[in-house]
Design a protein around this ligand. Structure first.
Ligand code: TXA
Ligand code: MG
Length: 359
């Protein structure tokens, strides 16, 4: 069943509207809901049976741990091991970035369903910055385990329609709260004795984390290298990938122009006629968009390109598959700044190696 709450923001009103899906969660049901990053597929994190259903619905490998979502700090009590002292930097990070797109890996509590963190002593926890997510979790009254609400291997969904395309008939509820504002998943952070390691770059950037804690903030070795050995258990699987081949260029703007234009004018890829699609800043698309059908081009505002690319990337990859594209050409961004790290990390995975630096 689908329930639309898009546009409603007041907590009491949302809680009233979300009573049925919240009750479904309490009884072991699966409910897809919007967060500020992507749509999540939620189940009661304390109910092993319910959590196992998530893996079945998504066709997700059983060794890939889930993130637990809470609505308020008191819910941490049910999720983490309270016998262990909380890392002081974890507390600083919660104060600075919760609610928000930061997942902290913390010692897992005994009440959690074991399948939430298979074979892992740590559990990922975050407090989403979305009124619908928080109202639903608060109304359910239990912490909610929620991976992204896509079939495993596909791009994460950032709209309720994209959830429906992947999971219709497999879950109890889809709560439609409109498009997700950030568009890429949360930052996953591991606090190690002498450093903090970003296992997955996301909405809370390296600079933001470094501004709050004294430990050096490093990236996992596989963050921008599709060939490196994965660090987070989930990162070893094919990810974020549409059916079309994805190609990415980044580096010197003039060189990107030149290289993308040349590629766009090729007619054959891998021995077959190419049906190209394009994601680029609006000024680039104005110059080269004539080479493609309107359904296969996206012109994003150049003034906030990295943010816009993050917000629209997954939706566009899905739409271009439906439009029959064989190759999606993406104007990349500098991973050294802001959301660029998160976007380029996802593009590396989606493009499986077809990322070109030009300068
Ligand atoms: O923004 C998000 O984080 C979204 C929304 C729904 O909140 N959720 C999400 O969940 O992206 P999922 O399951 O698609 O990605 C979770 C990532 C995986 O790469 C997983 O391996 C990593 O977090 N992870 C979770 N728990 C972990 C743990 N205990 N140790 C290491 N990595 C962990
Ligand atoms: Mg996912």
């Amino acid at each position: 069943r689908r329930l639309t709450v898009a546009g409603v923001r007041l907590e009491p009103q949302l809680r009233e509207m979300l009573k049925e899906p919240a009750q479904s969660l309490r009884r072991g049901g699966l409910v897809a809901f919007p967060t500020e990053t992507v749509y999540g597929l939620g189940a009661n994190a304390l109910d092993e049976e319910a959590v196992r259903r998530i893996f079945a619905a998504k066709e997700r490998p059983r060794d890939n741990p889930l993130i637990v979502h809470i609505a308020h700090e008191e819910q941490l009590r049910d999720v983490i091991d309270e016998a262990q002292p909380l890392d002081a930097d974890a507390v600083r990070l919660m104060r600075a970035f919760w609610p928000g797109p930061l997942t902290l890996l913390l010692p897992a509590g005994a009440a959690l369903a074991p399948s939430v963190h298979p074979g892992q002593p740590l559990v990922g926890v975050r407090m989403p910055d979305h009124p619908v997510a928080r109202a639903l979790i608060a109304e359910a009254g239990v912490p909610i385990a929620a991976p992204s609400a896509n079939r495993s291997g596909r791009p994460s969904p950032t709209t309720a329609d994209d959830v429906e395309a992947d999971l219709a008939g497999r879950i109890e509820w889809i709560v439609d709260g409109g498009a997700c504002p950030v568009g890429v998943e949360s930052t996953v952070l591991l606090l190690e004795p002498d450093s903090a390691r970003i296992l997955r770059p996301g909405g809370v950037t390296q600079e933001m984390i470094a501004s709050v804690i004294d430990r050096p903030v490093l990236y996992a070795a596989d963050a921008f290298d599709a060939a490196a050995a994965p660090v987070a258990p989930g990162m070893k699987y094919r990810h974020y990938a549409p059916n079309a081949r994805v190609h990415v260029w980044w580096g010197d703007p003039a060189a990107i122009d030149e290289a993308m234009r040349a590629f766009l004018l090729e007619e054959v890829q891998d021995g077959e006629p190419m049906v190209p699609a394009l994601i680029a800043p609006d000024d680039f698309v104005r110059r080269f968009g004539w080479a493609l059908s309107e359904h296969r081009q996206a012109a994003l505002p150049a003034s906030a390109y990295a943010e816009e690319l993050a917000r629209h990337l997954y939706r566009l990859l899905r739409a271009f598959d439906r439009a029959g594209a064989t190759d999606v050409l993406v104007h990349g961004v500098d991973p050294a700044h802001g959301l660029g790290a998160a976007v380029m990390n996802r593009l590396h995975k989606a493009a499986s190696g077809r990322v070109r630096w030009v300068g």
